[in-house]
Design a protein around this ligand. Structure first.
Ligand SMILES: [Zn+2]
Length: 99
């Protein structure tokens, strides 16, 4: 399932899906769910979670500067604080509830 339309509406991102349905997610929830290693941490073979000391998020951290599509399977947001390493797959986005 791919997006047929993506629009930022105020503090939310609205995604209309091909074949019907819509997902609306707040930019704050989206940023907090950033799946990149720096935000999520990485688990080693022993199951220990390594996580860089998290940087305090600033208001601009939740501002969406740019949104690019990645290889036809996901979206990569560029945030106001310059963070851009998180790639949200379409299935992740579809699972995100309105917030
Ligand atoms: Zn991240």
């Amino acid at each position: 399932m791919r997006p047929s339309d993506i629009q930022q509406i105020g503090e939310h991102l609205a995604i209309a899906w091909e074949g019907g349905g819509e997902t609306v997610v707040s930019l704050e929830n989206l940023r907090n769910a950033c799946p990149c290693a720096a935000c999520k941490g990485e688990t080693d073979v022993m199951g220990h979670l390594h996580k860089a000391p998290s940087q305090p998020l600033r208001p601009e951290s939740f501002r969406l500067k740019q949104l690019s599509s990645v290889g036809g399977y996901g979206l990569q947001p560029v945030w106001g604080d310059g963070h851009s390493s998180g790639i949200f797959t379409y299935s992740m986005l579809r699972d995100m509830a309105c917030g």
